[in-house]
Design a protein around this ligand. Structure first.
Ligand code: HEM
Ligand code: HEM
Length: 252
């Protein structure tokens, strides 16, 4: 405590000196900022010892061929997924997963909530953009032959990510509880229900009954805002851990 008081006293003293010298204030701000940054970082380092592990993660040289635009689409997809997670959490604050109120709650988000129209618009459009950027990414890794040994499991984790994104799209569409969303889900679930032997089990498990009503909306909502986000985060972790270990495949 005494140290902190002394520090503030010194700071005020140097400030009053800076006032008397031309250009002193700019220099004072710069020096104080550098000093605070260093003191803060040292304080954190003493308590958490994070400098080494962070340096280990960040100090990785990027070789020339990896700087090509075609390697950007995985990163762009990742950025869009981050955007979906952020906007999705905001939407969940206002969305009501009930057959009587879902549609009205979305109308309220669009018309009444501050910037709701913007957040919902971003969630809607970036959902479709993800499909485009992810498929371009898939095409690139296919053309560069990155599915071959030793990268088979990077490819497999990618395929699972693809399925999860489609899961997000399918469940998100029903959440709108609009005619379009409802009938699109009816068609998709109708197809799933026709699978020989396990069709009706799939229907019961996925939508909680033979027709789409409240149970289906609850299931889809839980999948969309809880199960799929957890799955996507875990799989992205696996995808990136493998890419970090194996590096990026040189073009064929
Ligand atoms: C890759 C990730 C995601 C994709 C592709 C996705 C996709 C979608 C789609 C297509 C819709 C229908 C939007 C519309 O047509 O208006 C939707 C709605 C919704 N999503 Fe997501 N979503 C994702 C992540 C999330 C997450 C992480 C959350 C929450 C934690 C979330 C919460 C919601 C909510 C509450 C709605 C209903 C509100 C509305 O329709 O505007 N989403 N999502
Ligand atoms: C949510 C979707 C995905 C994200 C966020 C993502 C992200 C990334 C990133 C950032 C990279 C490294 C840079 C690059 O090559 O672009 C990468 C590499 C890779 N991804 Fe994905 N990815 C996704 C989906 C997929 C899919 C659908 C596949 C294939 C089915 C796939 C297979 C691969 C492979 C094999 C690599 C290694 C590339 C190489 O060594 O050349 N990924 N991914």
């Amino acid at each position: 405590m005494r140290k902190a008081i002394q520090y503030i006293k010194d700071l005020l003293k140097s400030f009053s000196q800076a006032l008397d010298t031309p250009g002193g204030i700019t220099r004072w701000i710069n020096n104080t900022w550098l000093d605070l940054k260093e003191t803060g970082l040292n304080w954190l380092e003493e308590r958490f010892r994070l400098r080494k592990p962070i340096e280990k993660i960040l100090d990785k040289p990027v070789s020339g061929f990896e700087r090509k635009w075609r390697h950007c689409f995985g990163g762009i997809t990742l950025t869009l997924i981050g955007l979906q997670l952020a906007t999705g959490v905001f939407l969940s604050f206002y969305y009501i997963p009930s057959v009587d109120q879902a549609f009205e709650s979305i109308q309220m988000i669009t018309d009444e909530v501050a910037f709701g129209w913007l957040v919902r618009g971003i969630h809607h459009w970036s959902a479709y953009l993800i499909v485009i950027t992810m498929l371009i990414h898939l095409l690139k890794v296919f053309i560069t032959g990155s599915y071959r040994p030793p990268r088979e499991f990077t490819w497999v984790s990618g395929v699972l990510l693809l399925l999860i994104v489609f899961g997000f799209l399918a469940t998100g569409y029903l959440l709108t509880w609009s005619q379009q969303g409802y009938w699109a889900s009816r068609v998709a679930m109708g197809v799933a229900g026709e699978v020989p032997a396990v069709g009706s089990t799939i229907l019961l498990f996925v939508q909680g009954g033979y027709v789409i009503k409240q149970a289906a909306l609850t299931h889809f909502f839980t999948a969309h805002v809880f199960l799929l986000p957890v799955a996507v985060i875990v799989l992205l972790g696996v995808h990136f851990a493998l890419i970090r270990r194996l590096g990026i495949q040189k073009p064929l």
